[in-house]
Design a protein around this ligand. Structure first.
Ligand code: KIV
Ligand code: NA
Length: 267
């Protein structure tokens, strides 16, 4: 798709129905993002989510998908310790989760070594630079990255280094559009942007942000295409009212019994 100049569509999904929807919409790449920690598990950040929790969600998404590439997001703490830990975790996402590839965050020495080790084990790796939520505290919070010449150079160097260790793709998150536009043309790996402007090979958004589903705040880069939370509240409010005033269930929701059987039952 990159060679053909076709823009790549990526979205997160964390369960069977969202995967079915992504498949039917013709999405190219589905990421079981560790954003699930916040969007579906209600945690304050992505830091606490575990591999076992991610794998439950990954298997559910896998069951709803055929055509899209499925990428599993290695959660914080599941790949930093050693190359062996990183490969073992990545293998679980492939063998237990059914992933085609895995993603990890960062472009410094440790994530580069882990990415190289996972690639060497035969598993495609997507990198992630710019704003890396797992280490947002070390970055000084959730804020755009690469907004000084030195910081932009760091983003460029990290993306290039991920390419050099064999990543097939990299996510650029929350970097100035002009910086991404300057970096991307010289990269051979597939660039996917979120808050990185239009110059990347593709775009990703978090499913719950674009559907307006849940309580998530929305970053500058989110475009909301639906308001599922409002629709869900309206539907549940209507159900509650129908139960309370007796208008649900109606005759069409009830099972019948042969009158003779009912008579025998009564007597
Ligand atoms: O976890 C996630 O949803 C992500 C994407 C925003 C790239 O990492
Ligand atoms: Na993530």
């Amino acid at each position: 798709m990159k060679q053909a100049g076709d823009r790549i569509v990526m979205v997160t999904a964390y369960d069977f129905p969202s995967a079915l929807a992504a498949e039917e919409a013709g999405v190219d790449v589905v990421l079981v993002g560790d954003s699930a920690a916040m969007t579906v598990l209600g945690l304050d950040s992505t830091v606490p989510v575990t591999v076992d929790e991610m794998l439950v969600l990954t298997r559910a998404a896998r069951r709803g998908l055929h055509a899209p590439l499925l990428v599993g997001d290695l959660p914080f703490g599941s790949y930093e310790v050693s190359d062996e830990q990183a490969v073992a975790t990545a293998l679980r996402f492939v063998k237990e989760g059914g992933c085609d590839a895995v993603k990890l965050e960062g472009g410094s020495a440790v994530p580069l070594a882990r990415a190289a080790a996972i690639v060497a084990a035969g598993i495609p790796v997507m990198g992630h630079v710019g704003l890396t939520p797992q280490t947002a505290t070390a970055l000084g919070g959730f804020r755009a990255q690469g907004r000084t010449a030195a910081a932009a150079r760091r983003v460029a160097e990290e993306a290039r280094a991920l390419q050099e260790v064999g990543c097939f793709s990299v996510v650029l998150e929350a970097v100035p559009a002009e910086v991404a536009a300057a970096i991307c043309p010289s990269l051979d790996l597939v660039t996917i942007g979120i808050g990185a402007g239009p110059a990347t090979d593709g775009q990703v958004l978090v499913l719950h942000d674009l559907l307006g589903w849940g309580s998530g705040g929305s970053a500058r880069f989110v475009r909301r295409y639906a308001d599922l939370h409002r629709q869900a509240v309206a539907a549940l409010t209507a159900f509650a009212a129908d139960v309370r005033d007796g208008s649900y269930p109606a005759p069409e929701h009830c099972y019948g019994i042969d009158p003779a059987e009912m008579e025998a039952f009564r007597s």
